[in-house]
Design a protein around this ligand. Structure first.
Ligand code: TZP
Ligand code: MG
Length: 214
């Protein structure tokens, strides 16, 4: 088994724009200590060499806590670091290609915004889907909005687990109850916090509550 569906409960996605005087690796470790159950390294600007070195370091932290380690977009770095998987968007490498390159034993996540994209991604080999933005977000400028109905239609249309993403925080996470998701993927609600451990802890508790209310 590559991962347990329940590992998707609190999916933390890194963002170096919030690191300030800290290091990304220490921020990520705090998120995991607080309760993050899945970790995606998302880098948009780094050159390959720096990205690779950083990915190796963060993979070690994830391994220490037995948290699946996923690389955003960059299949080559995922392969080179022997990451647990890779996550691709609709504008990135096609899911089928990514699957061919990483093999069957690695985790493939795909971002989708429609039922059609979701069904296609599952056919092409996705292990889980990220669906959003479910709320307005300032983190991804070109994020398209996905309604609650579409989110729930997607959950009903595929056999792989779905995580919601986009603008999710402690004040709105409970609104996702009843949609059929397995967890939430968050950037700023964790990494923009001045207390990352506490922010993760609180979000995890609320997400568990949201799923129980389901
Ligand atoms: N994809 C859709 S919305 C989003 C991504 C990467 C940004 C999520 O960031 P935040 O800060 O949790 O809204
Ligand atoms: Mg992408």
């Amino acid at each position: 088994m590559k991962f347990d569906k329940n590992d998707l409960l609190l999916y933390a996605i890194s963002d170096r724009s919030w690191i300030g005087d800290n290091t990304l690796v220490s921020q990520i470790e705090k998120a995991i200590i607080g309760g993050a159950t899945f970790l995606q390294l998302r880098e948009k600007e780094l050159d390959d060499q720096t990205f690779l070195a950083e990915a190796k370091e963060i993979k070690n932290v994830c391994q220490k806590y037995k948290v699946p380690f996923i690389i955003n977009d960059n299949v080559e770095i995922a392969i080179k670091t022997d990451a647990d998987g890779v996550h691709v968007g609709q504008k990135d490498m096609e899911a089928l290609n990514a699957r061919k390159l990483i093999g069957m034993n690695k985790i493939l996540g795909v971002s989708v915004q429609t039922v059609e994209q979701a069904v296609t991604a599952e056919k092409k080999g996705a292990d889980y889907l990220g669906v959003g933005a479910v709320f307005p977000t300032g983190t991804k400028e070109d994020a398209e909005e996905v309604t609650r109905k579409v989110l729930s239609d997607i959950c009903n249309s595929v056999n792989i687990p779905v995580v919601a993403i986009g603008g999710i925080n402690k004040n709105n996470v409970l609104e996702l109850s009843g949609t059929g998701i397995y967890g939430i993927a968050v950037i700023s609600a964790i990494f923009a916090s001045s207390d990352i451990v506490e922010a993760s802890k609180e979000l995890k508790q609320l997400t568990e509550q949201m799923l129980v209310d389901d």
